[in-house]
Design a binder for this molecule. Sequence first.
Ligand code: SAM
Length: 283
Amino acid sequence: MTKQTGILYVVATPIGNLADISERAITTLKQVSCIAAEDTRHTGKLLAHLGVQTRTLALHDHNEKQRAASIIERCLAGEDLALVSDAGTPLISDPGYNLVRQCREAGVRVIPIPGPSAVITALCAAGLPTDKFLFIGFLAAKSSQRQSQLSALPVDVGTIVCYETARRIQACLDDVALVLGADRELVLAKELTKTFEAFCHGTAAEIQAWLNDDPQRCQGEMVLMITSTPAKAASDISEQVQQTLKILLAELPVKQAAALTAQIHNEKKNPLYKLALEWAGAS
Ligand code: SAM
């Protein structure tokens, strides 16, 4: 008789409120032979709270590729293992992709145990369209890269959702206003499922003012949601305006060239800035 292959369970854990763990998650974490965790100390606290005594092993961005091989070997030998991240759903801006991919390639069964994820938690209560959305994970830490990412966002993709850190949120909002427009409708969701959970709806400047109102608001975990307003396409910008922009771009930085072109032709600065960044990205 051939031995049955084991299973890798991908188990979602709470993003703040521990009561959000599912019964199925607890049962699974108790029954597997080992839990691969991003940070074993962090997960250890959750497991102690749940009364789970299963052993853990560390699997994070830096050792995932090597660890995957031994996890797969164990699964192929018939063991069931679980994968968790520090919070929320593994693989969603968290480690696990390489492991799951390799498991599937090796013929190991992968079973998801669904539960919280900040992206869905934020989206379902923000009051923004949810029929279509684009999750882009974390934006770059550097402003210039962030601006390029924002300017490269496709139009008409529905609500755009990104993770952001408290340290970078103000600078990120500056860039959103600059690249996507100061009047773009946004929602910032903070500390989801926790005591200080809050949703702030407004433009970048309004959200910045709300954050500045209370130092407590500038801390904690956050999700930024951006409404998708079709941007003015390059084809909507007249040949004459594009020509001015090209000439100025040969001599000036992008921001200045866009601002001057806007002034000369009495146009809005943001579509020109976005177009200039697109040209810069294409060259
Ligand atoms: N795997 C997680 C998930 O499924 O949501 C995301 C992990 S990612 C490393 C951490 C980021 O998720 C935080 O910086 C924040 O942007 C977002 N996040 C996680 N928990 C959150 C919460 N309780 N409230 C708001 N945002 C949260």
